[in-house]
Design a protein around this ligand. Structure first.
Ligand code: ARG
Length: 465
């Protein structure tokens, strides 16, 4: 049993089981650096406002620095009896700096302290995530440039639909990750708010200067309502929502890599360094990395559900339930960062089977829409052209041929509007290059999209600095 800093009104020792049950130190110790930084700023503010003396403040700050070094060197003793990282540091400060340590918690509560720590942590991690997403997006753009002439079948309902450039397909992911990064940028605005000085829930009787503390800690804003400050966790929920959406994108990409690397598709081969073998079947090369990304996505969705459920019925203001916010948050940050990193290095190293993709894109009537469009240009209403082309497809299927393998005479039997130039229109290269509508897959569009994306990435990178 450990002596409690809050033990004054208690006559019985805390049950050991309760100590273990209520402890969060194993999880929240990762906040130590933020806790110390926050305490130093709080202490400096207390001194500036003459709530404590400058001498006391410097002794406290010195002690906090010592504790930080102890933790970093692995010399700090953690003990479940001390509940959480805040209590650990304050208790140790009493040993390191002496009685003066008892003044640190003036005009502060663990309720505003913990949310400050989490906000500082999440501000750093979100900024890292945004930066890493930029690297991933750069990798995707490089990959797109390298594969600008690779054609693959585009799918709807996982049925071959129309041919597209592989670069175009991958830039779809670029767009998703760009929106993800912007979502995180937006989250950051609401994370970067300073709650300290809200006390337990109602503010404090001391003449504190919250703006000063905020300035020391690099916060743009100070929270406006003390009750909201200590009870709000929606900045975490918002982050987890953005993370869930981002993971959903990773999971879709992973699913495609898994499918494409099957013998059935044969479109890509994962680099050996990103695949694993089977313990029994010597021939196997398994796509474990994308599979795990897909699996971890489920965990991240679960984390979002966990926090939403924890918060949903809590009366204002702080409730201990909220201690449960950290595990899902930390887990999500770890997973997301790992997925961004691993995809950033894996994508440029994917081995593309250009021939297999091309072959697949030329089989399965992927140019049928182009025949219909041709008839429309020649004067036929689209619905009629659709039916007419459908009949041609059915005829070609019977003959085991593609549309472009039919003779002009055969094609003309479906419409006399069809002329010799149809064969050029039906070639896969034309099918791609004629899709020049803004956002379409024509090579010149895709090149322009890559250039535009590269430019805007550079601007965003400057803005994030
Ligand atoms: N470990 C606690 C948490 O993470 C810190 C706040 C404790 N506050 C309290 N009133 N017991 O939420």
């Amino acid at each position: 049993m450990t002596e409690k800093l809050w033990g004054g009104r208690f006559s019985e020792k805390t049950d050991r089981g309760v100590e273990i049950f209520t402890s969060s130190i194993d999880v929240d110790k990762r906040l130590y650096a933020y806790d110390i930084e926050g305490s130093i700023a709080h202490c400096s503010m207390l001194a500036k406002q003459s709530i404590i003396t400058e001498e006391d403040a410097s002794l406290i700050i010195q002690g906090l620095g010592e504790i930080k070094r102890e933790i970093e060197r692995g010399k700090f003793r953690f003990d479940e009896g001390l509940e959480d990282i805040h209590m650990h540091i304050e208790s140790r400060l009493l040993q390191v700096a002496g009685k003066v340590a008892q003044k640190l918690h003036t005009a502060r509560s663990r309720n505003d302290q913990v949310v400050l720590d989490v906000r500082m942590y999440l501000r750093d991690e979100t900024a890292k995530i945004i930066k890493n997403l930029v690297n991933l997006k750069k990798g995707i753009l490089l990959f797109a440039r390298d594969n600008i002439d690779t054609i693959l079948p585009g799918y709807t309902h996982l049925q071959r639909a129309q041919p597209v450039l592989l670069a175009h397909h991958m830039i779809a992911y670029y767009e998703m990750f760009l929106r993800d990064a912007n979502r995180f940028r937006d989250c950051l605005k609401r994370i970067n708010i300073m709650p300290l000085g809200s006390g337990a829930l109602a503010g404090t009787t001391f003449q504190i200067d919250r703006d000063y503390t905020a300035k020391l800690l690099g916060f743009k804003e100070v929270s406006k309502n003390s009750i909201d400050s200590v009870s709000d966790r929606d900045f975490i929920i918002e982050f987890l929502s953005a993370a869930s959406i981002c993971m959903m994108h990773f999971s879709r990409l992973s699913e495609e890599l898994i499918l494409w690397s099957t013998a059935e598709f044969g479109f890509i081969e994962l680099p050996d360094s990103f695949a694993t073998g089977s313990s029994i079947m010597p021939q196997k090369k398994n796509p474990d990395v994308p599979e795990l990304i897909r699996g971890k996505t489920g965990r991240v969705f679960g984390n979002l559900m966990a926090i939403l459920s924890i918060m949903k019925s809590l009366p204002l203001a702080y409730n201990r339930d909220m201690q449960e916010d950290k595990e899902p948050l930390f887990d999500t940050v770890d997973i997301l960062k790992a997925c961004i990193d691993i995809c950033s290095s894996m994508i440029p190293r994917l081995k593309i089977n250009k021939e297999a993709m091309h072959k697949a894109a030329t089989k399965g009537f992927l140019n049928a829409t182009d025949l219909a469009d041709y008839l429309v240009t020649a004067g036929m209403p689209f619905r009629q052209a659709h039916t007419c082309t459908g009949k041609a497809v059915s005829y070609a299927l019977d003959k085991d041929k593609e549309l472009h393998e039919l003779t002009l005479k055969e094609l003309k039997s479906f419409s006399t509007l069809i002329e010799k130039d149809i064969f050029n229109i039906l070639s896969i290269e034309q099918v791609i290059s004629r899709r020049k509508s803004f956002g379409g897959t024509a090579k010149e569009n895709v090149m322009a999209a890559i250039q535009e994306a590269e430019k805007s990435l550079n601007v965003l990178e400057q803005d994030d600095k």
